[in-house]
Design a protein around this ligand. Sequence first.
Ligand SMILES: O=C(O)CCC(=O)C(=O)O
Length: 313
Amino acid sequence: MNAVAEVRTSARVPECDIRRTGLLPEHVTEFRRQGVLAVRGLLTPEELADVQQAGKALIDRAWSTRPIDDHVWTLEPHLPDAAPVRIEYVVDKARPIALLAGHPLLLRIMEQLVGPNFIPTWDSLVFKTLAGAPRLAWHRDAGLYTDAVGVTGMGRVIDAGIYLDPAPDDNCVWCIPESNYWDGERLTATAERLNASEWDTTGAVPAVMQAGDVLLHNILTLHGAPAVVGKQRRVVYFEYRPAEVEWELGPHTEDYIGIKQQVLRSCIEMRAADRRFGDEEPFDYRPAESLRRWVDRPELTTLRVPHEEYWRW
Ligand SMILES: O=C(O)CCC(=O)C(=O)O
């Protein structure tokens, strides 16, 4: 292979055409190595349209009612220049997103990468509206632990970003391959250097995505996104963790595991009962017997499970 081809190969996020090949061992290896994987074409055009419509409705409602709870704004929401950029607990707020959370192909990928005891933790809509969104500074998503690499270094705490809009290289997430293996000192020094100017992508690759694709990243992978104005992008983020790690270390309490398993099972059941997905084989959630914490729990009254009610510390 010549030098130009090598540069091209290493300057791209590894990818998997999920409906053609499934998740192959080489995709798993690349994800483990690079800390990032683009899964192409997860959503059918019909499901994508439903989730896009749900995303639009949530964002339109944010603009018209300017809520504070569960919403992140660029400025205090009552200020005229404030723009919404993030909404939490979206599985509870929109049925198409709850159905998406039961997507069998997505959940089979998570079972392979996180392990059979995976539980859903965060569910959020992150977006840029035409009004603009500030830079998302270079960061790891592992800020809850002081020893992030020690705690999540097994690479099985994973964020899945499901794209509702295309993300070209001037409006996409950039990430630094293999930074998931860096120690805290190197991570902090690099993030500080890159964050010292408005947008520096030294050593990073753009995760260029199409609507309906999913970007998986290890939460230890250093990533960021540039400020944009006049460009739109909506991404549903689902984070997953191994229940056995949550059980031993947190950040959530033991109760949280059973409740989030109930949420996951509800989403799978809702999807299985929806005739639009009648041709699908529903996902069969089979964690280890000792970690089936939903058994004997009272029935759920909501799919919204606020983190702050379940922090362990
Ligand atoms: O989608 C994006 O722009 C990046 C989101 C992100 O990195 C985060 O919410 O931590």
